[in-house]
Ligand binder design. Structure first.
Ligand SMILES: [Zn+2]
Length: 96
């Protein structure tokens, strides 16, 4: 059982290595992708989203996930607070 898991782990690591090399090679040929336009910041553990940000926000900390426009808009309409620094609600045209 343990051997199987070790082998799987090694395979996962090999796969990550390969992916990272491919991404690195890709980055040399093409400019870096633009930052995501919208981010949702999640609480610790399984807590739901705590704030919505624009992709340029300096205050996104670490638990942010890039989301498409419609998800950001829905989160705001469901009552997830907009970040007071980057004001994604203003950027989306939702004014309070
Ligand atoms: Zn923000």
């Amino acid at each position: 059982m343990e051997k199987v898991q070790v082998r799987d782990l090694q395979r996962t690591r090999d796969w990550i290595d390969t992916e990272e090399r491919m991404i690195a090679a890709e980055g040399e040929r093409r400019p870096a992708p633009p930052p995501p336009e919208w981010l949702i910041e999640h609480g610790i553990g399984i807590r739901p989203a705590v704030r919505v940000h624009t992709g340029q926000c300096w205050d996104t900390r670490t638990r942010c996930k890039p989301v498409p426009l419609d998800v950001a808009r829905r989160a705001l309409s469901e009552g997830i607070p907009a970040c007071p620094h980057c004001r994604p609600d203003t950027a989306l045209g939702i004014l309070d």
